[in-house]
Design a protein around this ligand. Structure first.
Ligand SMILES: CC(=O)CC(=O)C(=O)O
Ligand SMILES: [Mg+2]
Length: 218
């Protein structure tokens, strides 16, 4: 039997479950209603990207936005996990980008269509190195930030999340069984904007981790 290393969770091919509109300031900047229940969507494992390879803008989009987010890596699976024990299912964290083809998403929204083309394209989920949970004792109160070509664009704190990490794990696992190696993207704070080919995105979580990605085009 081969044993897998959770610190390379992106190689496991597990689910990427994303939470949208989890920061009121971001929901408002896009004129979206602040939700009373989590908004969920999925990315596929082919969306994963690690440092050294470029984010590729798909041919069908002229407006791909950065969304910096705290990712939660599941260490122990479960169904209908109670909030009280939810954090026992967390192996660690990763800083993530939910790259979003905003023009396509707007079109899908206006037609009542799903967001797959806007959210799940190859390279739409750049991730940092794995961060063991001990390195972030309070994931509900860390700064996440992103600059583009040296200019700060997003600078939020996970304390601004509408739905907490234990709530999200419990809520999601009622609907979708969580497995070891799954990743939950917890939503983005305000400041999203379009990236251009050759841009350099530099992002971090407090002084815990940082990552850099270049932008290219298919
Ligand atoms: C409007 C969105 O794209 C929602 C989303 O992904 C978020 O992080 O908020
Ligand atoms: Mg997002």
């Amino acid at each position: 039997m081969t044993s897998r290393n959770i610190s390379r969770f992106w190689e496991w091919g597990k689910k990427i479950i994303c939470v949208g509109r989890n920061y009121a300031d971001h929901a408002k900047e896009l004129n979206n209603i602040v939700p009373t229940e989590p908004v969920l969507f999925l990315k596929t494992p082919s969306a994963y990207l690690t440092e050294g390879s470029p984010i590729l803008i798909p041919k069908y989009s002229n407006s791909v936005h950065h969304e910096i987010e705290l990712g939660v890596v599941i260490g122990k699976g479960g169904t209908a996990i109670p909030q009280s024990s939810a954090m026992q299912h967390v192996a660690g964290y990763a800083l993530c980008l939910d790259m979003t083809a905003r023009d396509v998403q707007d079109d899908c929204k206006s037609k009542g269509l799903p967001w797959t083309l806007a959210k799940a394209f190859n390279t739409s989920c750049p991730v940092s190195e794995f961060i063991p949970k001990e390195r972030i004792p309070d994931p509900g109160n860390v700064k996440i930030w992103l600059n583009v070509n040296g200019q700060m664009r997003q600078n939020g704190c996970t304390s601004q999340m509408i739905f907490s990490i234990p709530f999200l794990i419990s809520y999601i696992s009622e609907i979708i069984t969580l497995e070891e190696g799954d990743l939950i993207l917890t939503g983005t704070p305000k400041g999203v904007s379009a990236v251009q080919v050759h841009d350099e995105l530099h992002a971090g979580i407090d002084d815990v981790v940082s990552m850099t990605f270049k932008v290219g085009r298919l």
